[in-house]
Every structure is written in structure tokens, then in C-alpha cells.
Design a binder for this molecule. Structure first.
Ligand SMILES: [Zn+2]
Length: 392
């Protein structure tokens, strides 16, 4: 696309977003900084998940990792999906601080899983740095929570409302949960969480809304909950929780100077008191964790890696894993990599995966050496906002 077309596209976006005349004027002068050859949007990539491991390949990659590290990376089955696939879990390190990482709760959001495999290899290696890291931190990873959605390359899991009623007969006759998609026959699993880990689905809580907590009706959410609960029993508090997602391909930094290949966030809950008494909820700890990610990517000094933005801060999603676990006291970080498998081919995959490795790797390093506690949480509020761009 030519620079001229970028300007036109950006100007119409800003108008649509209702940001006013001043913003449009700024657009016209600065948008040419985005390289004219930039492309954003649909790639003719054939099968959408080209280049990403499927379930069998993920299973063997993890087994191989356990073997090649002599068990330093400990791989297990944490639970089973609704279609009966194994949900894997990998654990590395013996430190007192715990970082719990989850990828691909949305089945078509694959980059986090690839990055997790690379990071596990690094954390499990024989280098002095890796050995020292393992003394100070324990990292637990669920690489691809929504394994059925991953195989189907869809956001939802593969579970009908009838399946839910079969598991929870008390729900017979109630309206299906609001996050049920009748077209695909599956749930947005990332709306099924509740800060009360012992919550039992009650008919009066359905169909629910995005502004309220979820129910643990999906076996995938139950698996994450069970892992979290066990870690909480072991460590007292699950210090850090990281959820790896993908967003729309096309965002820019708010000065419209650059494409933004990643958005991050610490904000998932408007008012913690609305959902009970959660004394360990700590927004500043979440902000510091995001600052650790931000600074790791700023330090990389290569084109694109520093252009991350903040995910919208007006979100209130207590039914997400991030929202529920943050209420319980985890410092929480959302990664939204700009790309989904149905929009992009393999073109940008290497860079997109590496930026997650850099950001998440930097966070774990900062936890391991304790430097995270000295970070300034106010830096979080200086991270640029993201600006939506249409596909070209
Ligand atoms: Zn997602």
C-alpha cells in the first residue's frame, strides 16, 4: 500500500473512532512514518495454522523437552478437554516465586504456544544463567489450554450446551451461558472463570453477562482452576499470572508513527469490591509486571520490538482467567499479539513469537533476580494507547 493510502485509511479510522479534527490533522502529517510497503490484513495463507504445531506435534515437542533436559522441564497432563485431548502442563525451577503462564485459551491464538516452547527450552537449559534462574523462580506453563479449539482453529472450545447440562443437571431448562456460540457449538472459555475457585454452577447465575463472573462449566477452565488452586496451596499466593492471546492484526501506536505488534494490560477489573472481599488484589503489582515486559521489549532495540501499546483500559471482565486470578492476588499480565491465524500467514510469525519470548522472558528474569519489586508502576500509564487500523 502506498503512503497516501495509509494516510487515507488512518484518517478514516480516526474519524470512525470519533477522536475529532485535531487527531485527523495529526494523522495526515505523521502517518507516512509507517513504511509504505507495510501490509496489514488478510494473507492468502491457505490452511490458517501453517507453521504452528498441532496437538500431536505439541505433545511430542513437550515429551522431547522433558527428555532432552533430563526432567528439568517436568511435563505432565493437567486435565482433559471436552473432546478428550490431553491438556499439558510443564514445570521448571524450584524457586519460591511462582509464575503461572497460560497460552491459547482461544484456540486460534497460536503465537504464545510457540513462544512458550522456546522459553521452556531456554529455562530448562544447562547454562549458568538458566541454573541460577531456576533457583529463584518456579515457572508453570499450560501451553494451549483450549486444545480442541486449537485443532479446529477456532476461538471457542468444542462443547455444546447439552454437554454442559449433562455435566451439571441442575442447569436443565435454564438459558445457555451468554458466552455460548451456537454456530460452532462451543464456549468462549475465557469468560468461564470465577474468583471463588469452589464455585458450583447455580441455575440463577445463568445466562450471565460479560460484566459478571463465570462458572467453571468448561473442562478447560476447570483444568486451569485446578492447577491454580494447587499452586496456591503450595505457594500461598500465585505471584504472577500471564495469559497469552492474539488480537486483530492491524494496530498502530497512538502517535500513528508505527505499527504496534503487541498490546499488554494490567487492567481487567473496575471495582474489586463488587465481587467480594479480595484483600490480596494488587493493581500496582500487576502494573510493575507489565512494566517489566515493556522495558524488556524497549531494551531490545530492533525495529518493531519496542512498539507495544496498552490494551484498552476500560475493560471489566471478571469472568476471564486474568480478572479472577488477579482478584485472588496474582499480578496479572495480558499479552495480545497483533495477528490471528486466519488473518496472517507465516510472514510475521518469527518476529511475533520472538517478541513474546523477549517480553515474557524479561518478566521472568525480573522476578528471578528480584528487580521487579523496584520497578516504577507509574511507567505503566505512559505506555502508548493502541489505535485500530482497517485492513488494506
Ligand atoms: Zn484471546
Amino acid at each position: 500500500m502506498s503512503a497516501r493510502r495509509w494516510i487515507s485509511a488512518l484518517a478514516s479510522t480516526v474519524l470512525t473512532a470519533g477522536l475529532g479534527t485535531a487527531a485527523v490533522t495529526a494523522t495526515a502529517t505523521s502517518a507516512a512514518a509507517i513504511p509504505p510497503e507495510s501490509h496489514c490484513g488478510t494473507e492468502a495463507s491457505g490452511s490458517g495454522s501453517n507453521g504452528f504445531v498441532n496437538h500431536d506435534q505439541l505433545t511430542s515437542a513437550l515429551q522431547q523437552l522433558e527428555t532432552s533436559t533430563g526432567g528439568t522441564v517436568d511435563v505432565d497432563v493437567a486435565g482433559y478437554s471436552n473432546q478428550g485431548r490431553e491438556i499439558h502442563i510443564a514445570r521448571v525451577g524450584e524457586g519460591d516465586k511462582i509464575v503461572f503462564v497460560q497460552t491459547q485459551i482461544h484456540g486460534n491464538e497460536m503465537h504464545g504456544t510457540e513462544a512458550a516452547l522456546e522459553l521452556l527450552k531456554r529455562w530448562g537449559s544447562d547454562s549458568p544463567a538458566a541454573r541460577e534462574l531456576r533457583e529463584n523462580v518456579t515457572v508453570v506453563v499450560i501451553p494451549r489450554l483450549n486444545v480442541d479449539g486449537g485443532e479446529l482453529d477456532q476461538r471457542q472450545n468444542a462443547m455444546t450446551w447439552d454437554d454442559v447440562v449433562a455435566d451439571f443437571p441442575q442447569l436443565e431448562g435454564v438459558a445457555p451461558a451468554w458466552n455460548y456460540n451456537t454456530r460452532v457449538g462451543g464456549f468462549d472459555v475465557n469468560r468461564d472463570f470465577n474468583p471463588d475457585l469452589d464455585y458450583v454452577p447455580a441455575p440463577e447465575d445463568f445466562p450471565g453477562t460479560s460484566a459478571d463472573t463465570g462458572w467453571y462449566i468448561a473442562p478447560e477452565a476447570q483444568t486451569s482452576r485446578d492447577v491454580y488452586k494447587a499452586l496456591e496451596e503450595e505457594f500461598g499466593t500465585v505471584d504472577y499470572f500471564v495469559d497469552l492471546h492474539n488480537q486483530w492484526s492491524c494496530y498502530a501506536t497512538d502517535d500513528l508513527e508505527n505499527m504496534s505488534p503487541l498490546s499488554i494490560s494490567a487492567k481487567f477489573i473496575d471495582n474489586p469490591a463488587e465481587f467480594g472481599d479480595w484483600p490480596k488484589f494488587d493493581m500496582n503489582a500487576s502494573k510493575r509486571a507489565n512494566v517489566a515486559v515493556y522495558q524488556a521489549l524497549q531494551g531490545r532495540g530492533e525495529s518493531g520490538f519496542g512498539d507495544l501499546t496498552l490494551y484498552p483500559q476500560d475493560t471489566n471482565l471478571p469472568g476471564t482467567a486474568l480478572g479472577s486470578y488477579q482478584l485472588r492476588g496474582s499480578a496479572a499480565v495480558l499479552f495480545e499479539t497483533s495477528s490471528q491465524t486466519q488473518y496472517d500467514g507465516m510472514k510475521r510469525n518469527g518476529m511475533l513469537t520472538q517478541q513474546i519470548e523477549t517480553g515474557l522472558g524479561g518478566l521472568v528474569n525480573a522476578v528471578a533476580d528480584g528487580s521487579i519489586d523496584a520497578l516504577d508502576e507509574s511507567v505503566y500509564d505512559t505506555i502508548p494507547q493502541r489505535v485500530y487500523l482497517p485492513a488494506d
